[in-house]
Design a protein around this ligand. Structure first.
Ligand code: GDP
Length: 173
């Protein structure tokens, strides 16, 4: 598929507390790699990957906050024009789970209602889980969002998350 044949490009933001695996997820999805000590590069705005969904070639641009998630002025610029969003937390970080609703509100305050999905990452560490499965399901139900368990490390469900978001976005076109 030549570049000029791609007509649909989607800006996807991956949000959530620090260290839940957002950068790792973007690296995994776009580059196929996982490293334990991946260094965030401030200034690299996004990585991209092209996929085919419903016979359409779609370019996904995945935006990374590069560890600046505490700074509202930076994240606001980062959300601008986003058409889809991953709300990410980690199964071994209780605070990150409790922050999901506030991340959703922050994104919606900037860009309104867009396609979203909740992701519980680090599922390979389920033995040390600090969130019960019912709690995660209840949150997803309350926010009326699809919920995925992922392991960026073991490459579980990462492709599925972005495929789902793309399908959901295309449905609304
Ligand atoms: P960010 O701050 O949300 O972007 O998080 P990072 O992508 O920098 O990841 C934080 C740490 O968690 C890094 O050491 C990653 O290697 C690690 N990590 C990311 N995803 C997973 C996963 O699925 N399983 C495990 N065990 N570690 C992960």
């Amino acid at each position: 598929m030549r570049e000029e044949e791609v007509e649909i490009a989607i800006k996807v933001v991956v949000v959530g507390n620090g260290a839940v695996g957002k950068s790792s997820m973007i690296q995994r999805y776009c580059k196929g790699i996982f490293t334990k000590d991946y260094k965030k590069t401030i200034g690299v705005d996004f990585l991209e990957r092209q996929i085919e969904v419903n016979n359409e070639e779609v370019r996904l641009m995945l935006w990374d906050t590069a560890g600046q998630e505490e700074f509202d002025a930076i994240t606001k610029a980062y959300y601008r024009g986003a058409q889809a969003c991953v709300l990410a937390f980690s199964v071994v970080d209780r605070d990150s789970f409790e922050a999901i609703e506030s991340w959703k509100r922050k994104v919606e305050a900037e860009v309104g209602e867009i396609s979203m999905v909740i992701v519980q990452n680090k599922i390979d560490m389920i033995d040390e889980a600090l969130i019960q499965p019912e709690e995660a399901e209840a949150l997803a139900k309350k926010l009326r969002l699809r919920f995925y368990n992922t392991s960026v490390k073991e490459n579980i469900n990462v492709d599925e998350v972005f495929r789902y978001l793309t399908e959901k976005y295309l449905e609304k076109l």
